[in-house]
Design a protein around this ligand. Sequence first.
Ligand code: ZN
Ligand code: ZN
Length: 451
Amino acid sequence: MDDPDPPQAQTQPDPQDANLTTPTPPANGIDDATPGTAAGGPEPTPSGPHLIHALIGHGPGGLSETVRNSIGGLSETVRNSVTSLASHHDFRLRKDKDKLPDLEKGQIHPLGKLESLRVDGNGDEDALSKKPPVQPPPAEPSPLHLLTLPPELQSEVLKYLDFPDLVHIRRTCHQLRDFASPHHIDIIMGPGCLREQLERHCKSCLAPDPYQSHMLRGPHTDPGYPLSNVCFKCALKANDRRLRVGNTVTLANGSLVYVCRWCGSPVAFGLASGNDQFHQRCYTLFKNKLVHFFFIGCLQLGLGIVSAVLSWIYFHDVNLVLGSTVTSFLILWICLAMTILRGNGRRSNSVALIMELAIFWLWVSPVYYIARTIAGRSPDDGPIARSTIACLVVFILYMLFRLINIVGNIVLLRRYDTTRCSRGGVPRWRRSIDPVLRGLVFWTHPQSIQQ
Ligand SMILES: [Zn+2]
Ligand SMILES: [Zn+2]
C-alpha cells in the first residue's frame, strides 16, 4: 500500500523576504520557532502566536506581501521625514550661523547623524539626493501697531484723541509727526473743534480743563493763541503778574474772580461765605489766626498791666522806674484804643512801630535798675528778694513780647506778601524763612492780609 502523498512541504521562503526577516528580532519576545507554527494543511484559527503573526502580517514562512508593501511605504515615509528634517536643520543652521561656529566649519555636520538614518529599500543611493525643494521658512508675523493700519483708520483714531495725546503722538516718530500735522488734524476735526480743543488745555502743561473754570484767559496777542490759556498751577509756578492779592482775574470761561488773600490762587471754587476774596478753607484758617491774635493781645495787655503794677508796688520810691512804667502804661492803652477803634481798617504800621519802640525803651530803665541793684549787692545783704527776681522775669518777658511786635511791624512795613511763596521764582533762603515771617505778620497784625 502506497504511502499517501506526503504532506505538502512548507513553502520555501522568498530569499528577499528572508533577507528582510532574518535580522528581525522576535516581536514581543515571542519566538517564531514555536512548535506548530510551520505546519501545513488548513490554516488554523489564529490563536496565541498565530494571532500575533496574523496581526503583524508575518507568517511563519516570512513576511507576507502586505507587510512588504507596508515596509516599502514606511521606508518612503522615513525618507520624506529625513529629507524634511534635514531641510529644517539646514535652515536652523543658517539662522544660527554665528552661534554654531563648529558646525559652520564642518567639524560637525548637522546632518551627520541623519545620514546614518538614510534608508533606501531599492539600493539606490541617489534616491535621497533627489530632495524636494527646500520649503521657505514661515514668514514671521508682522508687528501690530498703529502704523500698520490703513491711513483711513489712522485718521479715525486721531479723531478720538485729546489734544495732549495728539501732541504726545507727534513726538513718537517722524511718520506720525507728519501724519498728525496741524493741517491734517484741522481737516479731520474741523477748525471749530480744534479751536475748542486748544482753548480747553493749559498752554504750559497741556492739562485739560473741559469747563475752562480753572484756567486764566490768555491774551489774543499770545503767540500760541488760541492755545494761550494757562491753568492756575502753571500760572502760580510762573509767577504770573495777574496773581496778586487784591486783583481780579478773568478766567478762561469769562468769569471774573478775586485772588485769594490767603493762598494766592484765584477764588474760582469753594467761595467763602460772606467774603469773596477767600476760599472757604482759607477763610477758616484766617479766622483761626484772628482768634490766636486776640489771645496774644490779651496776654500782652495782661503782662503790661501786671508789669506796671509790680513796678508800682516794689519800686514806687524809685523815680526812674515809676516815671517809665507810668508812661509805658499810658502808651499801652493808647495802642489798645487805636486797635479797637480802627478795627479792620488800614493800620499805620509806622505809628505802631514807633509806639512799640517807645514801650520797649521805657521798660529798659526798670530792667536796668533791677539788674544793677542785683549786681551791686554785697554778701552781707543776704539773699535776693523773690519779689525782685519775679519783677525782673516779668519785665523781661513783657519786653520780649514788645520786641516781637517791633520786628513784626518792620516786616509789615516792608509789605511782606504772605502769598509770595505760593508762586514760583522764590529763592530757597526766602522759602526757608517764610514761615517765620508769616508768623510775625499773624502775630502782629493778621488783618493786614485783608488790606
Ligand atoms: Zn498747566
Ligand atoms: Zn485760598
